[in-house]
Design a protein around this ligand. Structure first.
Ligand code: SF4
Length: 380
């Protein structure tokens, strides 16, 4: 076989694994106090950003095939985009990937409850979006204000109801725990409220005080206090115990879904499957290397519109890929193949109830999730 044929075959192999497209929409109406993501409140720049995004999509369409199974619009807050702009993005993706309308492609939109109106949900469904991921975070208005969210608990309840009434039957909500001043009864109430909504998917993360955020400044000045570590662990245990008892599968350390409603898009990250990331700051992975666009609105728009994007690249060594495989696998209920880890350390963890053996694989227990990073370091 000539070298060219080998290259073509390899390219096809990579493309055929392409799991999905991630589209970063970096616009928010206001900034949350805990946020260190790349986002901006310059909503007046949305139209030119979408133009740039479509240029990038055209330029990188050669990496897309009919194998694309998911489109995920994250941010930022993609629900701040006018429906016309969102529709152009979705239509262009669908056209370039050769997808059919109404196909089984999972198309997710991250939304803020404050943007969920009857008109918006109807428009989102009409353009083919079939999954919503809603940043609810808490059902306690005092806590929501403390972390700088712009919606209220009642808006969140109504947003889910409006989306369900419009036919969305695949809704995920995000919940945060260990918020400043949060008590166990408040967290238990949040989970009870979440269960009442009848959503298909729940993602839940403990608050992290990130450097440079407004919340970190408040912590340093003693205006707010972090929740005690033991209480935070109890909150996580309560979350896992309650959601699994109510029929949600704990399929990733921070993610729970009714059977068959796991996020296909996010699962592809954890399954080491390639993805294409578009937009400012977006990361891509093709099975061999990562690349990411500049995290600067002006530079991204300028580069993308000139068809001259300058992504940074990182080629992964076999060792890095192995570490990531173990790390990502152990975050999920699939675990890792025993052949992939240092078995000399496994027995101790199994005896302590931190890992369990399932057939030929090793899976972390809820107790193990508390110290997952330490376990992973030890096993690779
Ligand atoms: S909505 Fe999300 S991206 Fe925007 S500021 Fe809040 S946490 Fe950050």
């Amino acid at each position: 076989m000539c070298l060219l044929a080998v290259k073509l075959q390899k390219k096809h192999y990579l493309c055929s694994l392409m799991a999905g497209i991630y589209i970063h929409i970096p616009f928010c109406k206001s900034r949350c106090k805990y946020c260190d993501f790349f986002s901006t409140t310059q909503l007046a720049r949305q139209e030119e950003y979408v133009e740039a995004l479509l240029c990038e999509l055209d330029d990188r369409r050669h990496t897309l095939t009919e194998e694309v199974r998911t489109i995920y619009m994250g941010g930022g807050t993609p629900s701040t985009l006018p429906v016309g702009a969102l529709s152009r993005i979705v239509q262009r993706c669908v056209a370039l990937c050769g997808m059919e309308w109404g196909s089984r492609v999972e198309i997710t939109l991250e939304v803020n409850p404050g943007d969920v109106t009857e008109a918006n949900v109807r428009a989102w469904r009409a353009m083919g979006i079939n999954r919503l991921s809603m940043g609810v975070q808490s059902f306690d208005d005092t806590l929501l204000q403390l972390i700088g969210r712009r919606h209220t608990a009642q808006q969140a309840r109504e947003a889910v109801a409006v989306a369900q009434a419009a036919g969305f039957d695949n809704i995920s909500i995000d919940l945060m725990y260990a918020l400043p001043t949060e008590t166990m009864p408040q967290w238990q109430n949040d989970i009870a409220e979440a269960l009442k909504l009848g959503v298909q998917h729940i993602s839940s993360y403990g608050l992290i005080y990130e450097e440079g955020t407004a919340l970190m400044a408040l912590l340093e000045r003693g205006v707010v206090a972090a929740v005690d570590e033991d209480v935070e662990m109890q909150m996580y245990d309560y979350l896992v115990e309650t959601l699994t008892r109510n029929g949600y599968v704990h399929y990733e350390v921070s993610n729970f879904a009714l059977l068959g409603r796991e996020s296909k898009h996010n699962s592809s990250y954890w399954n080491d499957t390639p993805y294409l990331g578009l937009g400012a700051g977006a990361h891509s992975y093709d099975g061999e290397k990562r690349q990411w666009n500049v995290s600067d609105l002006d530079m991204y728009i300028q580069q993308a519109r000139a068809h001259a994007l300058l992504p940074e690249l990182e080629w992964l060594t076999e060792e890095q890929r192995h570490t990531e495989r173990v790390m990502l696998g152990l975050r999920t209920n699939r675990g890792v193949a025993m052949g992939d880890v240092n078995m000399s350390r496994v027995e101790g963890y199994v005896q302590q109830g931190l890992l369990k053996q399932e057939g030929e694989r090793l899976v972390a227990t809820t107790k193990g999730f508390h110290i997952l990073n330490r376990i992973i370091e030890d096993l690779v």
